[in-house]
Design a protein around this ligand. Structure first.
Ligand code: G6P
Length: 547
C-alpha cells in the first residue's frame, strides 16, 4: 500500500483535474499523443480520462511506492503472494510456452502444465474424431459443463466469443456446448433441453469439488444419465471432471483417468486457462484454437512483465481504475464492448474484478484508507446505448471502457448503404466517448434554435471519463490478450491498494447461513422444526414459503 503522503499528493492533483473540463484537457495535443499507447496490434487511447501527463507521473510514482513492480516480479517468480491462503498466483504459468521455467518451491511447474494440456488435446481429439464414444457406441457430440463462478464464467465468455469466429465455428460444426451453473432446477432443464444422453459428455468443473451448487447439479445430471441410459455403468463413458481434488472426484465415481487436474496456485477467476476452460473449449473448437488463446495471453504476460510504465497497458489501466475509484470517487465502471461476440465478457469481468478487489483490509489486516473496487456493469454496444447510456450522459458520471475491433467476425456490406454494417456499429464506438467527454452546451443548443425551455433538458454537461481499446479482430489469439490484460489490470489495482486480490473470504458467510436454512428446510418439510436460529423477519418469510 502506498503511503498516506502519496495519496494526499494525488488528492491535490484531483482538485486540479476536477476543476478542468475534458474539453480543455483534450485541446492539449501533446497530452493526447502521450495517452495513445500501442501494444502490438492493440491500441489504448486514454486521453478522455480525467488526467494530465503530470497526474500520470504521480500515478506511476504511486505504483512504485506501493511496490507494484516487485509484487509483479514475485507473482511471475511463483512466490506465495496470496498470503491469506499461503499460495502462489500462477495463472501465467498456464499459458507459458513448453520451454519456460517457473519454479514453485524449487520445482518447475511448466512440464506438469503441459502434461495436462497434452492429455486434454489427446482426449478432445478422440472425442471429436469419434474414436471415443458414449456407452451405446454413439459419438459424443454434445457437452454439458457443470460449474459455477470461476469454474464457469470465463469458459462461457470464450465459448460465446468464438462461436462466430469463422475458424472456430468451422471447427465446431455439428457440436454443441452447454453450461449448467445455477443450482436452480430451471437451469438443469435449460441445459439439458433437447439433448440425448447417448451423445452427451458431462464435464464437471470444480476446483474444490465441494461447491454446493455444482455438486447438486452434478448429482442431478448423473441421475439423468443413469435414467436415460439405464445403468450406472454408463458414467465412466459420459462423465469427466476438471478439478484439483482428485480424492473427491474418485469418490463421486469418476475414473481417475478421466480427471484433468490443476493446482492450488490457480485462482478460480483466473482459471479458464487451466483444465477449467481448456477441456470444454477444446472439445468444442479443437485444441489448436484454444492453443492460440493461450499464446495470445502469453504475449500480454510478456508485455506486462517487460514494458516500461508509460507503455504498459495493464499498469496504465489498473492505475486509471484506482484513480477513478479511490481519488476521483467514481463508484462504478462500465465495460462496453462494441462486439456482440463479447456478450458474456462483462459477467466474467464482474467476477474477476469485484471478487478480486472487493476488499476492505490490506494484507496486514488494517483497513484500506481509500475506497477500493468498483461496481462493474455493461452490455455490448449498441444495445447499451438504448438502455443505460441515458444515465451515463445526463445522470451519474460513470467511467467507461470502450472495446472495439477493426474487423468484424462477420462482415456484411449491403448495396446502397453508406457504410458496411461493422462501420455502422463502430461509428457508435467512436461517437460515444466524445459525446461523454465533450457534451453539448446551452450556447450550442441555442445557436441551433432549440426552444429556451428545452435547452436544460437537451444540455449534456460532458466531462465524463472513458478510455478506448481497439483490437484487430475478435479471434482466439486477441481474446487471450484481452482477457490477460484485464487480469493484470485487476492485480495492479490490488497491489496499489495493498489488498489481497487473490482470496475471496467475502463469499463464505452467505454459504454458512444457507447451510442453516437448508438443514431447517430439510426438517420442516417433514414436520415441526426449530427456527430459533433465525431472526424474526427471516422466520416470518420462511413460514410463508413453507405454507
Ligand atoms: O471451482 P469451485 O471450487 O467449484 O469454485 C467455484 C467458485 O466458488 C466460489 O463462489 C468462489 O468464490 C469462486 O471464486 C469459485 O470460482
Amino acid at each position: 500500500m502506498a503511503s498516506a503522503q502519496a495519496w494526499s499528493e494525488l488528492s491535490a492533483a484531483a482538485s486540479k483535474m476536477k476543476a478542468t473540463h475534458l474539453r480543455t484537457l483534450l485541446q492539449d495535443q501533446a497530452r493526447n499523443d502521450y495517452m495513445y499507447v500501442k501494444c502490438g496490434g492493440m491500441t489504448l487511447d486514454y486521453c478522455r480520462e480525467k488526467v494530465d501527463v503530470d497526474t500520470m507521473g504521480k500515478l506511476f510514482s504511486l505504483a512504485e511506492k506501493a511496490g507494484v513492480d516487485t509484487k509483479k516480479q514475485k507473482m511471475f517468480a511463483g512466490e506465495r503472494i496470496n498470503e491469506t491462503e499461503g499460495r502462489p498466483v500462477l495463472h501465467v504459468a498456464l499459458r507459458a510456452p513448453r520451454s519456460a521455467v517457473i519454479n514453485v518451491d524449487g520445482k518447475n511447474v511448466v512440464p506438469e502444465v503441459w502434461q495436462v494440456l497434452d492429455a486434454m488435446k489427446e482426449f478432445s481429439d478422440k472425442v471429436r474424431s469419434g474414436e471415443r464414444v458414449g456407452y451405446t457406441g454413439k459419438p459424443l457430440k454434445d457437452v454439458v459443463c457443470i460449474g459455477i463462478g470461476g469454474s464457469y464464467l470465463g469458459v462461457e465468455f470464450v465459448f460465446e466469443a468464438l462461436k462466430t469466429d469463422p475458424a472456430a465455428a468451422a471447427a465446431a460444426e455439428g457440436r454443441r456446448l452447454r453450461f449448467l451453473a445455477n443450482v436452480d432446477p430451471i437451469d438443469v432443464k435449460r441445459a439439458l433441453d433437447g439433448l440425448s444422453a447417448e451423445t452427451t459428455l458431462v464435464v464437471i468443473i470444480s476446483k474444490t469439488f465441494t461447491t454446493a451448487e455444482t455438486m447438486l447439479n452434478a448429482k442431478t445430471v448423473k441421475e439423468w444419465l443413469i435414467k436415460e441410459l439405464g445403468t450406472e455403468a454408463c458414467i465412466p463413458k459420459h462423465v469427466v471432471a476438471c478439478s484439483t481434488a482428485l480424492d473427491k472426484t474418485k469418490a463421486f465415481g469418476i475414473d481417475p483417468a478421466n480427471v484433468f487436474g490443476f493446482w492450488d496456485w490457480v485462482g478460480g477467476r483466473f482459471s479458464c486457462w487451466s483444465a477449467v476452460g481448456v477441456l470444454a473449449l477444446s472439445l468444442q473448437y479443437g485444441f489448436g484454437v484454444v492453443q492460440q488463446f493461450l499464446e495470445g495471453a502469453h504475449v500480454m504476460d510478456e508485455h506486462f512483465r517487460t514494458a516500461p510504465p508509460t507503455e504498459n497497458l495493464p499498469l496504465i489501466m489498473g492505475l486509471l481504475a484506482v484513480w477513478n475509484c479511490s481519488v476521483l470517487g467514481y463508484e462504478g465502471i462500465a465495460v462496453l464492448p462494441y462486439c456482440q461476440a463479447l456478450v458474456r465478457f462483462v459477467p466474467h469481468i464482474q467476477q474477476l474484478d469485484m471478487e478480486s478487489n472487493g476488499k476492505r483490509v490490506q494484507m496486514d489486516g488494517t483497513v484500506v484508507p481509500v475506497g477500493t473496487g468498483a461496481i462493474y456493469f455493461g452490455e455490448p454496444g449498441t444495445n447499451g446505448q438504448h438502455s443505460f447510456y441515458q444515465l451515463m450522459h445526463q445522470g451519474r458520471a460513470i467511467p467507461a471502457e470502450f472495446i472495439g475491433f477493426a474487423h468484424s467476425q462477420n462482415p456484411v456490406e449491403l448495396p446502397g448503404e453508406p457504410v458496411s454494417n461493422h462501420d455502422e456499429l463502430m461509428s457508435n464506438f467512436f461517437a460515444q466517448p466524445d459525446a461523454l467527454a465533450l457534451g453539448k452546451t446551452a450556447d450550442e443548443l441555442k445557436a441551433e434554435g432549440v426552444p429556451e425551455k428545452l435547452v436544460p433538458h437537451k444540455t449534456f454537461t460532458g466531462d465524463r471519463p472513458s478510455l478506448s481499446l481497439l483490437l484487430p479482430v475478435c479471434n482466439a489469439s486477441w481474446l487471450g490478450q484481452l482477457l490477460a490484460l484485464y487480469e493484470h489490470r485487476t492485480a495492479v489495482q490490488g497491489w496499489v491498494w495493498g489488498i489481497n486480490s487473490f482470496d475471496q473470504w467475502g463469499v463464505e458467510l452467505g454459504k454458512v447461513l444457507a447451510k442453516e436454512v437448508r438443514s431447517y428446510l430439510s426438517t420442516a418439510r417433514k414436520g415441526p422444526a426449530n427456527d430459533s436460529k433465525f431472526i424474526s423477519p427471516t422466520k416470518m418469510l420462511l413460514k410463508k414459503y413453507l405454507e
